[in-house]
Design a protein around this ligand. Structure first.
Ligand code: IMP
Length: 198
């Protein structure tokens, strides 16, 4: 059976990816499960650059496996698309999300209605065993809420309100979030390239 290694240490993302790619005839492994322990420096200035840096770094180590990597983040329009590519590092990598989320709510104190617009962005990069690469981007539009709501998901989900569903992505069933999310869309767009390779 062919293998896909997903280059992340984030369990929340791994869970989503296993669900989204579950219909492909491949074994999906985390880096840990593949026995790969490297720390890749994400020093690109765009989601595309960072996703490719990760996919290539792991792809060159992993033999015969397709390596997928994602780079994702939250863009909040009122604060000039911050935290963007720095979403994981915003206020420090180890700072609890309750603190990061409250900080964004506080910075939007004066923002009303449409001014609270935001989006999650995800770029998936694939590194195939023949050395070729591909990237696909997905987004989901929403608004920053006034307080944290919901227990599902991870990261900024409790403050990411999706008006069409009247709830945050942390209040959605995981299946629903995956069908709408930036990561779900980018992975769906990548699926045909994976199938072609298989
Ligand atoms: P990355 O691991 O460098 O891609 O970091 C992305 C960061 O963006 C995560 O650590 C979260 O803070 C945030 N993020 C990305 N996707 C989501 C999501 O689906 N929900 C909540 N936060 C997300």
């Amino acid at each position: 059976m062919k293998k896909i290694i997903f280059a992340t240490g984030n369990e929340g993302k791994m869970k989503e990816i296993r669900m989204i790619l579950g219909d492909l005839p491949v074994e999906i492994l985390s880096m840990k499960e593949a026995g790969i322990h490297v720390n890749v420096v994400e020093d690109g200035s765009t989601f595309e650059e960072n996703a490719l840096i990760k996919a290539k770094a792991i792809g060159e180590i992993a033999k015969d496996a397709i390596v997928l990597a994602d780079d994702s983040g939250l863009e909040v329009d009122y604060i000039h698309q911050e935290p963007g590519v720095y979403s994981a590092r915003y206020l420090g990598e180890d700072t609890p999300y309750s603190v990061k989320n409250q900080s964004i709510i506080d910075r939007l104190e004066e923002a009303k209605g449409q001014e609270r617009s935001a989006r999650f962005v995800c770029v998936i990069a694939a590194y195939f065993p023949d050395g070729t690469t591909k990237t696909e981007r997905g987004t989901i539009e929403g608004e920053i809420g006034y307080e944290e709501k919901g227990e599902n998901g991870f990261g900024y989900d409790p403050i990411f309100y999706v008006p069409a569903y009247g709830c945050t992505t942390a209040q959605m069933d995981p299946e629903l979030k995956n069908s709408l999310s930036h990561r779900g869309k980018a992975l769906e767009a990548m699926k045909p390239w994976i199938k072609e390779y298989l």
